[in-house]
Design a protein around this ligand. Structure first.
Ligand SMILES: Nc1ncnc2c1ncn2[C@@H]1O[C@H](COP(=O)(O)OP(=O)(O)O)[C@@H](O)[C@H]1O
Ligand SMILES: [Mg+2]
Length: 273
């Protein structure tokens, strides 16, 4: 076992608020690692720090043996860190296929003048990228919708397009931010299969998710955040039985719990039972 991602002492402040506080965490290569916690716990902020979308206030992020703490989003993406967003970020007027092709950005070797001249090399690369994008769409079960405008797809399918875009370049690490949000039961079960298939393809996954019926069967290990701090770390069985986790989710006194929907509360109850 070796860690692909090693986070140490990671802190992010927004003014007076400490969204992520002194978090340490390791994600094993080849694993699916869950990141759970109440709304406002700092899960999305932690993903943003790992993907490079925001800089850390202090701490260190190690990836594949190197220190990437100060790397740009693009450099991290080229190194194999890709993500999806809690709020979908598709190009609505582009087709499904074009959206997925965007995920290959940075993998073409043509210089700009060549692209402008549309040389044979460039056309061949574009065809190769389209082919890879079709494979990625086939993988998530959306090949037949390749030419549909992204905005015309139902919500659940749009989430899958984002996953196809994030996996088309075969990343080393995939960060998923609440991929089951808005999915129905059938779609959630398919998502579990998809997550396992992505892992089988050699991609390590860090999964932020509220739906415990997705988290528990997918994850090898789970880290729990609460008020920006690491509350627990362990196997799904250990997390389910962890007194502090049960208390944070189910006990009184945590004001951020009030931001949870009844559905989320029911899921947390289900997870802890
Ligand atoms: N860009 C930002 N500016 C100010 N505060 C932020 C920003 N992003 C997140 N926060 C705050 O940081 C805390 C953690 O948010 P977030 O990481 O989105 O939590 P989670 O994803 O676990 O629900 C919240 O209190 C949130 O309001
Ligand atoms: Mg979030």
């Amino acid at each position: 076992m070796s860690a692909l991602l090693v986070i140490g002492g990671l802190t992010r402040r927004f003014g007076g608020l400490v969204a992520v506080r002194d978090v340490a965490m390791e994600v094993e290569a080849g694993s699916v690692h869950g990141l759970i916690g109440p709304n406002g716990a700092g899960k999305t902020t932690l993903l943003n720090l790992i993907s490079g979308h925001i800089p850390s206030s202090s701490g260190r992020i190690g990836f594949a043996g190197g220190d990437i703490t100060r790397w740009s989003v693009d450099r991290r993406a080229r190194a194999g860190i890709r993500r999806t967003f809690q709020n979908l970020k598709l190009f609505r007027d582009m087709t499904v296929l074009e959206n997925v092709m965007v995920g290959m950005h940075g993998e073409t070797h043509c210089e700009i003048w060549r692209a402008l001249l549309r040389t044979r090399t460039q056309q061949a690369e574009e065809a190769a990228i389209a082919e890879r994008a079709r494979e990625a769409l086939d993988f998530v079960g959306l090949l037949s919708l390749a030419d549909t405008r992204a905005d015309d797809l139902p919500y659940g399918s749009q989430r899958l397009v984002e996953i196809a875009r994030a996996t088309v370049a075969r990343p080393k690490l995939l960060l998923l931010d609440e991929p089951a949000a808005g999915l129905n039961g059938v779609e959630s079960r398919r998502l579990v299969d998809l997550i396992r298939a992505i892992r089988s393809g050699g991609t390590t996954i860090l999964l932020v998710e509220h739906h415990m019926d997705v988290v528990m069967p997918s994850c090898d290990r789970i880290t729990v955040l609460n008020y920006g701090q690491r509350l627990a770390n362990g196997t799904p069985a250990e997390i389910r039985a962890h007194p502090e986790v049960i208390k944070a989710y189910l006990g009184g006194g945590l004001k951020r719990r009030e931001t949870r929907t009844p559905k989320q509360k029911a899921e947390l109850l289900h997870a802890a039972s």
